[in-house]
Design a protein around this ligand. Structure first.
Ligand SMILES: Nc1nc2c(c(=O)[nH]1)N[C@H]1C(S)=C(S)[C@@H](COP(=O)(O)OP(=O)(O)OC[C@H]3O[C@@H](n4cnc5c(=O)[nH]c(N)nc54)[C@H](O)[C@@H]3O)O[C@H]1N2
Ligand SMILES: Nc1nc2c(c(=O)[nH]1)N[C@H]1C(S)=C(S)[C@@H](COP(=O)(O)OP(=O)(O)OC[C@H]3O[C@@H](n4cnc5c(=O)[nH]c(N)nc54)[C@H](O)[C@@H]3O)O[C@H]1N2
Ligand code: SF4
Ligand SMILES: [Mo]
Length: 689
């Protein structure tokens, strides 16, 4: 008889950090989760989300059988085999009528990285469609695009642990990346200085040595002000600039206009703060680690803002140095993406003409544009969509349009673990495996380490992502050569084969194996992977006409053309500890205050509007309105005239207010951080439920 072990190590995927965890069993039943003491990311610590993974897997609301939607919107059970047959028949029908490009796949934030999304990509490419979508149309890839334009490789990997100066621009790792914050706290204990730049005084800002609250959308001006000071006072790294970079003269001419006194006015901060931060750069160079958060991506001038901020690292010689910005060596693995082997598609990838960098760098289509294709107003129609691990009715901008678009599909399949606002529109819902039910390799680029997650629990009736895509491909007649592997373990062996690291070796080392030694300043012996081979203060990449040579500062629209109807500026999506985008609202660990959606308002504004904690307001933007409770913040916690609503709540969905046409023209990312709104008071008194 097989004896169930007492403890199985794996990697947590309740968020993207992939902490090392152990799942403990009593009499074969998983009971609790602890941290792996020697895992380099979390060093034994597990957050409340991580600890709740067993509850997630065993949740009473979990979908355990395939479901088919009836005309009245209710769902009835269907066998897996019949569901696959019907879905395949519908795909075949749509391909015959409208071509393969009328089918798309969409992988959400819940699934990553080397393996799960790539099944979907292989499937849709083998079918003959370029239309692969993911959360990357609103998350992370703008950072990659910006880094690519400056230094040609994907970032960002700040080496907090060894840094002397740490800057957090528009990010709150205390809540969003807890292990990073621990590394920052360790560096602080060794003497590092922490600078936080955020219009809200966040949990991370509480730990800052220097905290600055610029107007939303003005970070690029602050960064240019720092560049101005460093150049004027000869505090930059001459060797790096002269030997390894290009465009410095043009860059410094542009910086001329950003004297600290000027920048202070633009950003609404004191001149002293600008010079203080610039002095810190000068003193700490080259050990400067900067992290640019999601907020800078989801802005109208996001790419340029991230470009100029990362250029400060180059200016200070922090590029590829210990304690600075790392340029990790990639692991040599077999990638499942085989688009290079596909002869070409009949239709253009959706959104690739408008946002070429997203497609060139990430091989992704633009999910916001896809809504038009679903509604029949794009270049060509999208009729079928298979989605896994995503909830775009809550996560994509303009939720009403998203819902309409999904309702317009002839075939919508959702692979989910729970019923959601999005899966409500699916024709078929197929039960998905949680991360505890699958096994995949993951690598930590900054540590150059690879580790393996393990299948810890098993629901025999639930097919993992591999089985699903393989079975569907088989039914459609193209399983071979698309999915030749017997199971997920065989896929894992294939992925790892060129790395020289075996599955067995990884099983014996749950904390991971370093695949290559860390070396610094590699640019001294090999060119940067940019068009010029140099670090580009001025961009030489001509593939997108929207990319200016210089990462220009543009005055945000809400400042340039103040909107008298919608005079208040709304930030969306500041993270909460136990809410993860739209996930975990149904877990008992969800004890966060608030447990209902709230709008954060400065006490000064609340006083003026005569409202208090728990008052009810209507928030309207030019495209929609929601009702929500008020949470009054101390005046120091948020700039006056600014309000904040976190995304992902089932009720009071803030994306009803976010305009999908207001985007950064380079990345195509929506502006989710400076939305003009108005507020009407519905009830001044707190409503006690
Ligand atoms: N607990 C938890 N953790 C998460 C998530 C979650 O939902 N919950 N989500 C995960 C995901 S998908 C992501 S992408 C990351 C995001 O994580 P982060 O990038 O850390 O994003 P936030 O935590 O929202 O912090 C963004 C901060 O930027 C500030 N901000 C807004 N506009 C501006 C601006 O113009 N300039 C500056 N300087 N600051 C600005 C906001 O006030 C906010 O405090 O977190 C991940 N981690
Ligand atoms: N206004 C505004 N909107 C935002 C943001 C913002 O800051 N402001 N942030 C954006 C960002 S950064 C991101 S990343 C997106 C995220 O948006 P999405 O990619 O839509 O991700 P989630 O909302 O986390 O939804 C994930 C879904 O996957 C399901 N799920 C969980 N685990 C599994 C699994 O193992 N397998 C499968 N098949 N399903 C699973 C969950 O039940 C959930 O419904 O939201 C974005 N939306
Ligand atoms: S930070 Fe928490 S949720 Fe994220 S991987 Fe680590 S333990 Fe899991
Ligand atoms: Mo994200």
């Amino acid at each position: 008889m097989e004896v169930t072990p007492k403890k199985v190590p794996t990697l947590c995927r309740q968020c993207g950090m992939h902490c090392g965890i152990n799942v403990h069993f009593v009499d074969g039943v998983p009971t609790r989760i602890s941290g792996q003491k020697n895992h380099p990311i979390n060093r034994g610590v597990v957050c409340s989300k991580g600890r709740s993974a067993i509850e997630l897997a065993n949740h009473p609301d979990r979908i355990l059988t395939p479901l088919k939607r009836n005309i009245d919107g209710s769902f009835e059970k269907i066998t897996y085999e019949n569901a696959i047959k019907e879905i395949a028949a519908k795909i075949q029908d749509l391909v015959e009528k409208y071509g393969a490009s009328s089918i798309g796949v969409w992988i959400g934030e819940a699934l990553g990285f080397l393996q799960q999304p790539e099944y979907a990509r292989r499937f849709v490419h083998a079918l003959g469609s370029p239309n692969y979508f993911s959360a990357d149309s609103v998350c992370f890839s703008a950072v990659y695009m910006a880094y690519h334009l400056v230094k040609g490789y994907w970032g960002s990997y700040p080496d907090f642990e060894n840094s002397k100066l740490i800057l957090l621009w528009g990010t709150n790792p205390k809540l969003s990346y807890p292990p990073y914050m621990k590394a920052i706290e360790r560096a602080k204990r060794k003497g590092a200085i922490l600078v936080v730049i955020d219009p809200r005084k966040t949990e991370s800002a509480e730990l800052a040595d220097v905290f600055v609250q610029p107007y939303v959308g003005t970070d690029a001006a602050l960064a240019w002000g720092i560049a101005n000071y460093l150049i004027k006072h000869d505090l930059y790294d001459h060797e790096f600039v002269s030997k390894y970079s290009t465009g410095f003269d043009t860059f410094s001419r542009y910086a001329n206009d950003f004297a600290p006194s000027n920048v202070a006015k633009i950003c609404g901060i004191s001149e002293g703060k600008v010079t203080q931060i610039a002095e810190l750069f000068g003193k700490s160079k080259p050990t400067i680690a900067q992290l640019t958060g999601l907020s800078l991506e989801q802005q109208e001038n996001g790419i340029n803002t991230i470009r100029i901020i990362t250029s400060l690292s180059g200016l200070c010689g922090a590029e590829d140095t210990k304690g600075g910005e790392l340029w990790p060596k990639e692991i040599t693995v077999n990638h499942l993406n085989y688009s290079d082997e596909i002869a070409g598609f009949h239709q253009k990838p959706i959104g690739a003409e408008k946002y070429p960098l997203l497609y060139q760098l990430c091989g992704q289509c633009h999910s916001l544009t896809a809504m038009d294709n679903m509604l029949g107003i794009g270049d060509y129609p999208l009729h079928g969509l298979i989605m896994a691990g995503a909830n775009p009715v809550l996560s994509n901008p303009n939720s009403r349009k998203v819902a309409k678009a999904l309702q317009n599909l002839d075939l919508f399949v959702s692979r989910e673990i729970f019923h959601t606002k999005t899966s409500a529109y699916a024709h078929y819902i197929l039960p998905a495996a949680t991360f505890l039910e699958r096994s995949e390799p993951y690598y930590y680029p900054d540590l150059q380490t690879v580790a393996m997650s393990n299948k810890v629990i098993d629901f025999p009736e639930i097919r993992d992502e591999y089985a699903f895509w393989r079975d569907l491909a088989k039914e459609l007649g193209f399983m071979d050569p698309c999915f030749p592997w017997k199971n997920e373990e065989a896929v894992n062996r294939f992925i790892l084969e060129p790395s020289g690291i075996s599955l067995e070796a990884l099983k014996n080392k749950p904390e991971g194996i370093q695949y290559d030694s860390i070396e610094y300043k590699k640019y001294q012996s090999k060119p940067f992977p940019t068009p010029s081979g140099k670090y580009e203060f001025v961009c030489r990449d001509k593939s997108d006409e929207n990319v200016s040579e210089i990462p220009e500062y543009h005055t945000p629209q809400y400042i340039k053309n103040p909107n008298t109807v919608y005079p208040i500026i709304l930030i969306t999506g500041a993270r909460k500890q136990q809410l993860f985008n739209s996930r975990y609202q149904n877990l008992s660990c969800f004890t966060h205050n608030p447990t209902i959606p709230e709008i954060e308002i400065n006490a000064q504004d609340a006083k003026q509007w005569n409202i208090t904690n728990g008052s009810r307001v209507k928030v309207s933007s030019k495209i929609g309105e929601i009702e929500i409770n008020v949470h009054v913040l101390d005046t120091s916690k948020i700039l006056p005239g600014l309000v904040q609503i976190t995304n992902g709540w089932d009720e009071a969905n803030v994306n009803v207010l976010v305009d999908d046409t207001d985007v950064d023209p380079i990345s195509g990312f929506p502006n989710m951080k400076m939305i003009p709104v108005k507020i009407e008071v519905l009830s001044k008194k707190a409503i006690i439920n």
